[in-house]
Design a protein around this ligand. Structure first.
Ligand SMILES: Nc1ncnc2c1ncn2[C@@H]1O[C@H](COP(=O)(O)OP(=O)(O)OP(=O)(O)O)[C@@H](O)[C@H]1O
Ligand SMILES: [Mg+2]
Length: 262
């Protein structure tokens, strides 16, 4: 089972949009997908118009097993674990637990009926984000192409590096730095591309041309649809299709390396 987190400590860079479209896009290509929201903002539930009785909070606290928090059939082959604002208190409520950073991985240990699990995260390096990174083996960093882009991306990479240092036995591979809100005619976008591609740790992972600025992505979310449902001929649909193809084409290379130890 492949597990991929979408992370950036900066807010509003397209994490949730990317997680949703990666999940929906892989499901449309025939994969069985579990999409997990670890962000207390709960935007995945908002986008898909879900009102789950139990969320990632009950799962993390051990109050409900995975099958009670997984909402099945949100789309064909796409299941979801939602989050909501109650998860803001998780950090405090889990303070006394030992090995708090691996709770999610332990709670989901027996969940294996999926081809790929996609985890959305909050714009912070908090306990839930650590749990997301310690559950997955691959990470995607969406980066909004503005003049501050490189700062948030580097901070996020530092977070990933910290996890790698603290848990060296766990593989955690960066698979893509995904430019979002890209607008080829602006100086900001060109400067951001230049800075990212010059970065020694991230340069090789920049997915060109990335996801263009596309207002339909915004409207689609407001209509509680994916871009392929709302505006299949838009730039956003085209760009996310290309990115989903890229992620699914990497599959065979990674699945060998990342066989879980029993
Ligand atoms: N390429 C794009 N072009 C235009 N709008 C976009 C694009 N990508 C995302 N958006 C819109 O920008 C807003 C922020 O995107 P999103 O919620 O995916 O960011 P995020 O990184 O998850 O934010 P947060 O850090 O708050 O969780 C949303 O309204 C979304 O619809
Ligand atoms: Mg989000």
């Amino acid at each position: 089972m492949r597990k991929i987190a979408v992370v950036n400590m900066k807010g509003g860079v397209g994490k949730t949009t990317t997680a949703i479209h990666l999940a929906a896009g892989l499901a449309a290509r025939g994969q069985r997908i579990l999409l997990i929201d670890t962000d207390p903002q709960g935007n995945i539930g908002h986008t898909f118009h879900l009102r789950p009785a139990k969320t990632v909070q009950e799962l993390m606290l051990g109050d409900a097993p995975p099958d009670e928090v997984i909402q099945q059939g949100v789309r064909e082959r796409l299941d979801v674990i939602s989050s909501n604002t109650e998860s803001f208190s998780l950090e405090r409520r889990l303070a006394a637990e030992t090995q708090r950073e691996t709770i999610l991985a332990r709670r989901l240990r027996r969940v294996d009926g999926y081809d790929t699990v996609i985890v959305d995260s909050s714009p912070a390096m908090n306990l839930l984000t650590y749990n997301a990174l310690l559950y997955v083996h691959e990470a995607i960093i969406p980066v909004a192409m503005d003049l501050m882009a490189i700062i948030g991306a580097r901070q996020t990479l530092n977070g990933i590096n910290e996890v790698r240092e603290l848990w060296p036995a766990r593989p955690l591979e960066l698979i893509a730095v995904l430019p979002t809100f890209a607008n080829s005619i602006t100086i900001a976008t060109r400067a951001a591309f230049e800075a990212l591609e010059k970065d020694t740790q991230m340069g090789a992972f920049v997915f060109r041309p990335g996801i263009r600025q596309c207002i339909d992505l915004n409207y689609a979310a407001a209509q509680r649809q994916t871009i392929w449902e709302y505006a299949p001929r838009s730039h956003g649909a085209e760009d996310y299709s290309r990115f989903v193809d890229f992620v699914s084409s990497r599959e065979s290379a990674t699945s060998h390396d990342f066989k879980e130890k029993a």
